[in-house]
Ligand binder design. Structure first.
Ligand SMILES: [Zn+2]
Ligand SMILES: [Zn+2]
Length: 75
């Protein structure tokens, strides 16, 4: 189940690349530090605003998305 990181919309169509509710690109959160010990584009939790492995800002944090709706805590 993909949850929009911006508005929390959940009922996306199969293969959706963008949120139909707010237009935000849908994707996984990752570490933007290419020298991260976990490797470039390291997989980190969607709720992470900073990389737990190197402390760099996460992708979501970088583009101004914050999990303010707490949608990441459900699942
Ligand atoms: Zn959305
Ligand atoms: Zn990192």
């Amino acid at each position: 189940m993909i949850t929009c990181p911006k508005c929390g919309f959940r009922d996306h169509v199969e293969g959706a690349g963008f949120c139909q509710n707010c237009g935000q690109q849908i994707g996984k959160n990752y570490c933007v530090n290419l020298k991260c010990p976990k490797g470039p584009n390291a997989d980190i939790p969607d709720s992470a605003l900073y990389c737990p492995y190197c402390g760099e800002k996460s992708y979501f944090s970088n583009i101004g998305i914050y999990p303010e709706f707490g949608v990441f805590l459900e699942e």
